[in-house]
Design a protein around this ligand. Structure first.
Ligand code: NAP
Length: 296
């Protein structure tokens, strides 16, 4: 089965490699062509334009950074929409606005093609290890067609029904909760540090007692050590997600004061040239507010 794959960044690169390993033939496209080289060495075919990844009536996966990039590769010049053809499926795995998903689903439906949402939880190391959690929603027959692909990329696929919007809302909600955890850990560690409790020791005790979840363990270690490089998930993309959460909340009049706080933290980090650091660097704000040295 020949599949199109667009967007070979930190996540796409690892996901596409797993599809190749699972035996799918891939036609790949990336804005910066050089990033395709490792996949070409593994057997993928690099094409000239996003549209060239598409086999009429086939499946094309997108894993680009944001809404604007996604619209560009779908409906821009040489976009996939014009080539997908009746019955074709666009499997959209980026973290994007629910509204964008709604519009793209309508655009596809008008052309007899299908939009399937499949945003993911898990960082690039999880993507490489096929350990992603995938939130899948879209027309039932299309959902069924993409199932083998999703199984080749993740440890578990959650079926969220026909409406793609819900999958994107759920993904954004998860990222919002992670931001809340980052801030809570950052403030707690700043407090501990001021009283002479070592940051690492604090996280060790908390994660071996009341907070054993992997998120606390992994993010806690990074924040305790102020270790924000290399970026697994870029802080600038975290700000994109905070913006998306607040825009989605505004549309349905749901106040999210914690999201506003975190949008401010992330924006302030970007202003301090930290956009390319891992998004856990949002934790620096709490330390800096407390007058603590961070080494950054
Ligand atoms: P990334 O490493 O920055 O890669 C972004 C990809 O988008 C690159 O292939 C980039 O092309 C492409 N792109 C950006 N602007 C474009 C444009 N205008 N036109 C065409 N292509 C464009 O980001 P990532 O970490 O892989 O994240 C990809 C998506 O997954 C994002 O929506 C992110 O929120 C989501 N996500 C990330 C993680 C994570 O931990 N990293 C986890 C879950 C979900 P170039 O190579 O040319 O820059």
């Amino acid at each position: 089965m020949r599949i199109g794959f667009i967007g070979l960044g930190s996540m796409g690169q690892a996901m596409a490699a797993n599809l190749l390993q699972a035996g799918f033939e891939l036609r790949v496209w990336n804005r910066s062509r050089d990033k395709a080289e490792p996949l070409v060495r593994q057997g993928a075919t690099l094409v000239e334009h996003p549209a060239d990844t598409v086999e009429p009536g086939g499946i094309v996966i997108t894993m680009v950074s944001d809404d604007a990039a996604l619209r560009q590769v779908v409906d821009g010049e040489h976009g996939i929409a014009q080539r997908l053809g009746s019955g074709g499926i666009h499997l959209s795995m980026s973290t994007i606005a629910p509204q964008t998903a709604r519009e793209l689903a309508a655009l596809h439906a008008a052309r007899g093609t299908h939009y399937v949402a499949a945003p993911v939880f898990g960082r690039p190391d999880a993507a490489a290890a096929r350990m992603l959690f995938i939130l899948c929603a879209g027309p039932a027959s299309a959902r069924q067609s993409v199932q083998p692909l999703l199984e080749a990329m993740g440890q578990r696929v959650f079926d969220l029904g026909d409406d793609p919007v819900g999958a994107h809302v759920l993904k954004l909600s998860g990222n919002f909760m992670i931001l809340g955890v980052i801030e809570a850990m950052a403030e707690a560690m700043a407090l501990g540090e001021r009283y002479g409790v070592a940051r690492e020791r604090m996280m060790e005790v908390l994660t071996q007692s009341i907070f054993p979840a992997p998120l606390f363990v992994n993010y806690g270690k990074q924040i305790a050590a102020h270790a924000y490089q290399p970026a697994r998930f870029k802080l600038s993309l975290g700000l994109k997600d905070a913006d998306l959460v607040l825009a989605a909340a505004r549309q349905v009049a749901v106040p999210m004061p914690l999201a506003q706080l975190m949008q401010g933290r992330l924006l302030s980090a970007v202003a301090r040239s930290r956009g390319e650091l891992d998004w856990t660097a949002a934790a620096l704000g709490a330390s800096e507010d407390a007058g603590l040295r961070t080494g950054s």
